[in-house]
Design a protein. Structure first.
Length: 244
């Protein structure tokens, strides 16, 4: 793994009214690394990655992505950086009125102008092949299982060839076997495409399979950091409580 920092967050603060969610987050992610962020509900996991792509504006601190502090950028200047980041939402976030192929084509056209119809079709088939779902190309989202929707959500993320992928609860709502399949797919995507990933999860099995490193958020700050094996043996009882 290259030791090149792709994401660097320093002293990140964010409040919603009187609710102080982030109280000085500090983290770095190296190129090609899969970083898992754990934490109880409301600890600020999702807010952290939403700040990272400018979906939520931070109150204080710096967020450097590819060496540029995005907190200083307005939307137009932020877009070229956003184009290099894929975001896999918790529910797959597919458009129900569009087929799988149309969902992928919509994302691709929005992201990459001037593609021919043949180029679009080729990229759609490649993206579906990467998640093992070529046969679902003409299906509607309502015809897909929860696990299939997650896979299509990942295909839609991959189709723009991102350098960073942000996963928000990628295995939530899935049974144990499907959760494992999605976790293993995240690992295979990272190996094949050399992506850098942040994975927000409650699912300890997912954390174990996908993580090179884990950070645990508590009360708006990073409370603990290490590999799965290191944190599982932590002397901190609260940290160990995640692994029971």
């Amino acid at each position: 793994m290259e030791n090149k920092i792709i994401i660097s967050i320093k002293n990140l603060h964010k409040s919603f009214g009187k609710n102080e969610v982030l109280k000085g987050i500090n983290l770095t992610v190296n190129k090609g690394e899969d970083l898992v962020i754990l934490g109880r509900s409301g600890s600020g996991k999702s807010v952290t990655i939403k700040c990272l792509v400018g979906l939520v504006e931070s109150d204080k601190g710096t967020i450097k992505v590819f060496g540029t502090d995005i907190t200083q950028l307005r939307d137009n200047a932020l877009n070229p950086i956003r184009m290099r980041i894929g975001f896999m939402f918790q529910n797959g976030a597919l458009y129900d009125s569009m087929s799988v192929a149309q969902n992928l084509a919509f994302t691709l056209k929005h992201h990459t102008k001037d593609l021919t119809k043949e180029q679009i079709e080729k990229k759609i088939i490649e993206a579906l092949d990467n998640v093992g779902l070529k046969e679902a190309i003409d299906k509607m989202p309502s015809e897909l299982s929860g696990g299939m929707r997650k896979r299509i959500g990942l295909a839609r993320t991959l189709i723009i060839e991102p350098e960073i992928i942000l996963y928000d609860e990628p295995t939530s709502g899935l049974d144990t076997i499907t959760s494992r399949e999605i976790s293993e797919l995240i690992v295979s995507v990272q190996k094949k495409f050399k992506t850098t990933s942040i994975i927000i999860t409650h699912d300890m099995a997912c954390a174990k399979i996908t993580s090179n490193r884990i950070m645990i958020l508590n009360n708006g700050i990073i409370h603990a950091e290490g590999t799965y094996a290191e944190l599982e043996k932590s002397k901190d009882q609260w940290v160990r409580s995640f692994f029971i």
